[in-house]
Write a protein that binds this ligand. Structure first.
Ligand SMILES: C[S@@+](CC[C@H](N)C(=O)[O-])C[C@H]1O[C@@H](n2cnc3c(N)ncnc32)[C@H](O)[C@@H]1O
Length: 249
């Protein structure tokens, strides 16, 4: 469960379940002492849930490890120039660099998220060094809604838990930019949180990204991709994640 990487995610996300579990265990012991049987049972159930949540976050979502590349069609030639839009601490950039050893990645981020704001790419580069792939990644500071990048210059773009963090107008602009910077036939691999059984158990209070509604999120994304000139060629899920692979028309 110990990972050498540090992607900067705050402890309530990565270790919050353990803290809650310890508090609930203390309550359970106190309730037992005062012979409040029902309360001690409720707290014990809470302790079990906390442990399950921690294991899911660490071993199923692998929040402290590089994302596992979903599907097999992404950059199947194994090489090419890839843009990671909203790269953060490098979890998705490492996904590409480790699964596609001949690919190069431009990691774009405006470093607006609180947890990454002071990093300016330093954390991402430190993680790339740990993985031994620092020679194939370059950090660029910029806004994905107005990318400081040349048109038709990338074989693929990854938007992992980043384009979905923008509001509807911002996501539309980012997708137009994705289309602009992709070479003809280039791919977009889009990853977003999927409220499946794993998410419901580990983060029962997670609301999802409400800009897009709960039930029809995938359909709305598909429409947005089509509007931006991106054709959906594959979709699927892995625990906690919906992925959609598109191709520039
Ligand atoms: C949840 S993180 C995901 C990081 C990474 N892709 C991963 O999978 O771990 C979202 C990232 O998007 C970045 N971001 C948000 N809005 C952005 C924008 N308009 N332009 C560029 N980056 C942005 C944030 O700074 C943050 O690093």
């Amino acid at each position: 469960m110990i990972s050498p990487y540090d992607f900067g995610y705050s402890w309530p996300w990565t270790h919050g379940h353990l803290v809650l579990g310890a508090l609930l265990a203390a309550f359970a012991l106190a309730a037992r002492r005062y012979k409040w049987k029902w309360l001690s049972w409720v707290c014990l159930v809470g302790v079990l849930w906390s442990l399950a949540g921690f294991v899911i976050v660490q071993e199923v979502f692998r929040l402290n490890k590089p994302v596992v590349l979903p599907g097999s069609q992404f950059l199947s030639s194994g090489k090419g120039r890839v843009l990671d839009a909203g790269a953060g601490g490098g979890r998705s950039a490492l996904m590409v660099l480790l699964a596609r050893p001949e690919a190069r990645v431009v990691a774009l981020d405006n470093f607006s998220a609180d947890y990454i704001a002071s990093e300016e790419g330093g954390r991402l580069l430190a993680n790339a060094r740990l993985a031994g792939v620092e020679g194939r990644v370059e950090v660029v500071k910029g806004d994905m809604r107005e990318m400081p990048l040349e048109s038709d210059s990338f074989d693929a773009v990854v938007g992992a838990y980043s384009i979905d963090h923008l509001n509807a107008e911002g996501a539309g602009r980012a997708l137009k930019e994705v289309h602009r910077v992709l070479k003809p036939g280039g791919q977009l691999l889009f990853l977003t949180i999927h409220r499946d059984m794993w998410v419901r158990v580990a983060y029962p209070f997670l609301h999802g990204h409400l800009y897009y509604g709960r039930s029809s999120a995938e359909q709305r994304w598909r429409s947005r991709f089509e509007e931006a000139g991106l054709e959906v060629v594959e979709r699927g899920t892995q625990p906690g994640t919906l992925y959609i692979l598109c191709r520039k028309r």
